[in-house]
Design a protein around this ligand. Structure first.
Ligand code: CA
Length: 416
């Protein structure tokens, strides 16, 4: 049974920022506003400020077990990269709608490439699935969305990118801690400094782990003594599997299902056992039977009338990799497609008005003022906001689809 108000069981934050320019991945970080941007840092540090930053960092790194040799080899000649900060500042103010995101993330070419990779890596994937309990199509889907199956893990030197973000105090101490973690990886010898590359925001290799995620979850599956998420497909795929397992992946469950809700379905009871949904007339869109065990909740990412899903706790596990609902839905659906499943069947409300980040923030603040929402006013849609919207809709006698629209915001804020 999914407790409707419970936070998903996952690490507090995936602490991963995205290379917004390279990718079709949604940015899970709070969107910039002038006030927040000041708090986030972001100015290119002067040469003297950078030198001071490196000297203080060296003390902490050595105290933490990084040798002076490793530190000096990694940071020698490194200067701030203004392009890194320009990329971070340039992150899109408006998240793309889920249907546009899915078109790119689950494109026919990607499905074809994924199926080819699945065929070529069959034995490796079977071994990883057996060890970690995460199905091969889910591993392939994450690998595909993160780096197009290893083809685009990013070529930005990680140490320089992290040093730039850390010295600029972008998001406080987050990137300084990631830089220390990156140095710990170099100290351990998993990768040479020149090969430690990734996105503008420090997400590394084929799996786009931040260094702290690497230290906690990456594995050496091919047994050569190095956790190599840059060039070893076995290590990359197994590291994804180990991370999902650590986040709580349930081997007995899918991430979710596209479903059809029967006419008159009572949306106020949206979390239940799958068998209870089946008894209430909910059917899988592909005609297959719902499993007899496991629990799920109704997810209507485009509101009532758009595609309907039952999502399980494994959906929240995927959101532990990247907090975006769009991302988790894309990974789940791509996994289904790689496993031979059909396209989504219901149409999206693609012409409908949507709330931008500021609109979502206003909605969050309005719901908080009504005592219906206790999360951050960060302009991000997610399970907490969905739950608050449902509670408001139920209170107001509206269709409880949990979908935040401009009309809902205007009603809440009593705008004409
Ligand atoms: Ca290895």
């Amino acid at each position: 049974m999914i407790a409707p108000l419970a936070e998903p069981a996952r690490v507090p934050s995936p602490v991963r920022e995205r290379d917004a320019a390279s990718t079709d991945k949604p940015d899970p970080s709070p969107q910039p506003s002038p006030a927040r941007e000041r708090g986030r840092g972001g100015a290119v540090p002067s040469a003297s400020a950078f030198t001071t930053f490196i000297e203080a960092l060296r003390v902490d790194a050595v105290a933490g077990g990084v040798s002076a040799t490793t530190f000096d080899a990694a940071l020698r000649g490194v200067a701030p990269d203004p392009a890194v900060l320009a990329r971070i500042r340039g992150q899109s103010e408006f998240g793309r709608p889920v249907w546009e995101y899915l078109v790119g993330a689950v494109a026919p070419g990607r499905i074809a490439r994924g199926r080819a990779r699945a065929a070529a890596l069959g034995a490796t994937l079977s071994g990883i699935e057996a060890r970690y309990g995460v199905p091969a199509p889910v591993l392939l889907a994450l690998w595909g969305v993160e780096s197009d199956f290893g083809a685009s893990g990013g070529t930005v030197p990680t140490i320089r990118a992290l040093a730039t973000l850390a010295a600029a105090r972008h998001r406080g101490d987050l990137f300084r801690n990631e830089l220390l973690a990156a140095l710990a990886i170099l100290e351990r010898g998993d990768v040479a400094p020149a090969r430690m590359t990734g996105s503008w925001a420090g997400a590394m290799g084929q799996v786009q782990f931040l260094p702290s995620t690497f230290l906690a979850h990456a594995v050496d599956f091919d047994g050569d003594g190095h956790r190599d998420i840059w060039t070893s497909e076995a290590d990359a795929l197994a590291s994804i599997a180990a991370y999902l397992k650590d986040l709580g992946w349930n081997p007995g469950l899918s991430w979710g299902y596209e479903v059809r809700l029967p006419p008159g379905f009572d949306l106020t009871h949206y979390a239940a056992d799958l068998s209870a949904f089946a008894r209430r007339g909910v059917r899988r869109a592909d005609g297959a039977a719902l499993p007899g065990t496991g629990s799920a909740s109704v997810f209507l990412p485009g509101g009532i009338g758009g595609p309907a899903f039952l999502i399980t706790d494994n959906f929240e596990v995927i959101r532990g990799y990247n907090t975006s609902d769009s991302y988790a839905l894309a990974v789940g659906h791509l996994a289904d497609r790689l496993g031979g499943g059909p396209p989504l069947t219901a149409p999206w409300p693609s012409g409908a008005a949507r709330l931008d980040t500021a609109g979502l923030q206003a909605l969050q603040q309005g719901l908080a003022a009504e005592g219906l929402y206790a999360g951050a006013s960060d302009g991000r849609a997610g399970p907490k906001l969905r739950e608050a919207v449902r509670r408001y809709q139920i209170r107001e006698g509206l269709t409880a689809d949990g979908y935040a629209t401009p009309a809902l915001r205007d009603r809440l804020l009593r705008r004409p």
